[in-house]
Design a protein around this ligand. Structure first.
Ligand SMILES: [Zn+2]
Length: 359
């Protein structure tokens, strides 16, 4: 079993045996005693973050969840549905898939967090190819189309394209629309500055481009979870609840005020809080943004090959709030329950898969 993020359960599975975790895992994987394990956990964690930000990936999780429920309640052996097909369907001029896109983005951040600079597009691409293999294809192709600025725009556009019902198709349209509106000079652009200063603008460009296609707006995972059957999936329901808590926490922070300036005065604070999270989910390579995600939105469970697991939410909560009072004990119990639910859904899915395959 290779390392993976499982959409239906929100579970991260790691092929190695368990070892003692510490705070370096997601904060500074290269400093962890087994950097390659921390790097794998980080990569799969980015997939978790993608699934709680991307409406498309949430729809994928929802479709699989519906298949599981149909099996458990009616014994139905439902085949993969339209979203799963679209996930691997090639689109656009360059025959890319949504799967390529989300893999390439995860690889990109994994690579960035390792501490490799991105100011040189060619060197970055070479490194991606060397280490990423197939994951690098999307990035390599987008660089061939968009030149040296691809490494800068790639993560933002991929994040926004994954918030549509056809990511591979909209990736092309968004890239073109964004690059048409930016004066690109020869000086290096710092990703964090660009993201910090232009996130709202880039997002607006993409929404306008969608509207030209007759689509009213981006599709965020929170909306999919709130309106559909994932509310019955304890992992996604919990993740949705955590995002709301985090949005409240974000209100009043520096990040909040810098985004607030870019919105009309009547925009509700909670909405801007959600945008602070969306921006962080779009940019987990930035230590500041990642810190918010690590502290409030750690993945529900990391399961190792020998059956032992990491409860990273608990680990980082103790880092943030070391003292343990009654309220903290309650929260710890909730996190432990979530770990168990995550493994439970994984086991239920395995029963379904076995019935579907017939062996
Ligand atoms: Zn991956």
């Amino acid at each position: 079993m290779p390392n993976r993020y499982q959409a239906v359960s929100g579970l991260i599975e790691i092929a190695d045996e368990w070892l003692l975790p510490n705070r370096y895992v997601l904060r500074a994987p290269v400093r962890f005693k087994e950097p390659s394990i921390a790097q794998s956990v980080l990569h799969e964690t980015v997939h978790y973050w993608q699934h709680i930000s991307s409406g498309f990936l949430a729809l994928l999780a929802e479709e699989e969840w519906n298949r599981l429920i149909a099996f458990e309640s009616e014994g139905e052996l439902r085949k993969p549905g339209p979203i799963r097909h679209r996930f691997v369907e090639e689109a656009g001029e360059y025959n890319l898939t949504a799967q390529d896109l989300h893999e390439a983005a995860a690889r990109y951040w994994e690579f960035m967090i390792q501490g490799n600079g991105i100011d040189d597009g060619i060197a970055f691409e070479e490194e991606m190819k060397k280490q990423g293999g197939a994951y690098a294809i999307f990035f390599t192709k987008s660089r061939a189309i968009y030149g040296d600025h691809a490494p800068i725009f790639f993560p933002m556009i991929s994040h926004l394209a994954l918030q549509t019902d056809h990511p591979a198709y909209y990736f092309d349209l968004f890239m073109e629309a964004v690059l048409n509106r930016f004066e690109l000079g020869h000086e290096p652009i710092i990703l964090e500055d660009l993201w910090q200063n232009h996130y709202t603008y880039i997002r607006t460009i993409c929404i306008r481009r969608l509207q030209e296609e007759g689509v009213p707006s981006l599709l965020m995972a929170g909306q999919v979870i709130k309106d559909g059957s994932l509310r019955e999936n304890v992992i996604y329901d919990w993740s949705f609840h955590r995002m709301n808590v985090t949005a409240e926490v974000a209100i009043g922070t520096d990040e909040f005020y810098s985004l607030k300036e870019k919105y009309p005065p009547e925009a509700p604070d909670f909405l801007i809080g959600l945008m602070v999270i969306d921006k962080a989910l779009a940019s987990p390579g930035s230590p500041l943004e990642r810190s918010l995600l690590i502290e409030w939105l750690s993945p529900p469970c990391v399961l190792f090959s020998n059956g032992e697991y990491w409860n990273l939410g608990e680990l980082y909560r103790r880092e943030l709030v070391p003292e343990v009072n009654e309220q903290e004990i309650g929260l710890s119990k909730e996190r432990e329950m979530i770990v168990k639910s995550c493994i439970d859904i994984k086991n239920r899915w395995a029963v379904f898969m076995q019935a579907l395959r017939g062996y």
